[in-house]
Write a protein that binds this ligand. Structure first.
Ligand SMILES: Nc1ncnc2c1ncn2[C@@H]1O[C@H](COP(=O)(O)OP(=O)(O)OP(=O)(O)O)[C@@H](O)[C@H]1O
Ligand SMILES: [Mg+2]
Length: 452
């Protein structure tokens, strides 16, 4: 036993010497407790964020855990897989670069899981560049302001909810209303140098479909990196997956690239953060969520934006599940407060077969006023008012209780209803650029004026 330990220590000292330039001995830990989620080890001096692996076991299924905290000298770790091979006294050794993840061009055209391993059937991804998993805290002035439009390729968004380069926006909807399909449209039509996608907590089948679909197209493949952690993976892997996606986006932004970062879904990241916080003994404070879970998603969102020093930008798009179509749950609230806008998808619109099912009056892009031309803004405001007028009087119209001629705005809204719906709908494989969207909006509003 002792000789095995000595060999292990010698090997580790050598491997570490290559990384930090110091041949410091590595301390092994010993597992003293495991209660399913949380594993406690003594003797480790590894910082939070370090991955530890059981000593003496080899292969991809070697039990591994991430240090998520410490208490009374014991390191608290969360398993990255399951606990089947663990036993009291199992030795664990810290590995890799604590709190850092590999990033770089090698990730383009590839799909990885929460532990950074390839899941696309290709070989191992090798990269000598690392970035902090939790991001670097940057000076407030490092964030440039959003000044340029971001072309999403979606007519309704370009025209009515114009997004800006470096903006952070949420796609808020109940389940099955079309969030993921809208992401597909953005992947295909948006004007970005690099696409980084974090699929967190999705169904396994959707993950494989997504990877196949988006890495199939040769042009898109060379500028796309996917991090996918399905729902049945451990909570800390789901959180690491999201953070790894952001770290990759940050790497490309530092190269001056315009990156589109998508996290589908932010709610599932919040669920993962909640599971970790509960395992550490936090209590629920905010309608079922510990305060720290909201802190995690706030930090994740804040990492997107424009970098003044490199000139690059991360335009962040986060899907938010409004459970049971409740738009007031804590994740929706937090996201809405810190994001620079939200696109609300409506089940009612989806049910009548209009896709993307964007509820224009309920949605908002906070940067639109700063980036859109004055007449574009005016047309968008008019369109919003027409849709709102029709929505507010829908019951009257269904009952036939409205007599035409009583309200000029409503008459115009009724006359334009078909044209407005056709304008907002867009085929899944169609791309409409910013100039075409603005022209179509101008034509639509000219027709509305004529209909008056
Ligand atoms: N643009 C679209 N064109 C045609 N059908 C669509 C479109 N968007 C959504 N749908 C329909 O709605 C279904 C659900 O869409 P999607 O998977 O994108 O929803 P979701 O909001 O991501 O769901 P979940 O919350 O379960 O992840 C699709 O299977 C499809 O039938
Ligand atoms: Mg989805």
């Amino acid at each position: 036993m002792l000789s095995q330990l000595a060999t292990e220590l010698a090997a580790l000292s050598q491997s570490r010497a290559g990384f930090a330039g110091i041949a410091a001995p590595v301390r092994l830990g010993r597992i003293v407790s495991c209660d399913g989620l949380l594993v406690e080890a003594t003797g480790l001096d590894a910082p939070i964020g370090t991955i530890c692996r059981a000593v003496g076991k080899t292969g991809a299924d070697t039990p591994a855990a991430e240090v998520i905290g410490f208490r009374s000298g014991h390191s608290l770790m969360m398993m990255l897989g399951d606990t089947v091979q663990l036993q009291p006294g199992t030795l664990v050794r810290p590995e890799g670069h604590p709190g850092m993840v590999a990033v770089g061009e090698a990730f383009l055209g590839r799909a990885i899981d929460g532990a950074g391993h390839a899941i696309d059937g290709g070989g191992a991804i090798r990269s000598g560049t690392f970035r902090p998993l939790g991001g670097k805290r940057e000076a407030a002035l490092e964030r440039g302001s959003v000044a340029e439009p971001f072309d999403t390729g979606i007519r309704a968004v370009n025209a009515c909810l114009t997004m800006g380069l470096g903006q952070r926006i949420g796609i808020v909807a109940g389940s099955g209303v079309g969030k993921s399909k809208l992401i597909d449209m953005l992947m295909q039509g948006s004007d970005a140098d690099i696409l980084v996608i974090g699929l967190i907590g999705e169904r396994g089948r959707e993950v494989s479909d997504f990877v196949a679909r988006h890495l199939h197209d040769p042009e898109r493949r060379q500028r796309t990196a996917i991090v996918a952690v399905p729902a049945d993976h451990a909570a800390n892997l789901r959180l690491r997956g999201a953070q790894h996606a952001v770290a990759l986006a940050e790497y490309f932004r530092a190269q001056g690239k315009r990156v589109m970062l998508v996290i589908d879904s932010l709610t599932r990241v919040a669920h993962a953060a909640r599971e970790i916080a509960f395992a550490l003994g936090d209590c629920a404070a905010l309608r079922g969520y510990p305060a720290s879970a909201m802190g995690v998603i706030t930090k994740l969102i804040e990492r997107a934006g424009i970098s003044s020093s490199s000139g690059g930008a991360i335009t962040g798009i986060y899907t938010v599940l409004a459970d049971g179509d409740d738009h007031n749950n804590p994740v929706v609230d937090t996201a809405r407060a810190i994001l620079d806008g939200h696109i609300v998808l409506s089940r009612e619109i989806a049910q009548r077969g209009q896709f993307p099912a964007i509820d224009i009056p309920a949605s908002l892009s906070r940067v639109m006023d700063d980036i859109a031309a004055p007449d574009h803004r005016a047309f968008a405001r008019q369109l919003r008012a027409l849709i709102a007028a029709h929505d507010a009087n829908r019951d009257l119209l269904i009952m036939g209780a409205y007599s035409p001629g009583s309200d000029a705005q409503l008459d115009r809204a009724i006359a334009m209803q078909g044209a407005i719906r056709a304008f907002l709908a867009q085929d899944l494989h169609e791309t409409v650029n910013m100039a075409e969207s603005c022209d179509a909006l101008a034509v639509l509003m000219a027709d509305a004026t004529a209909a008056a």
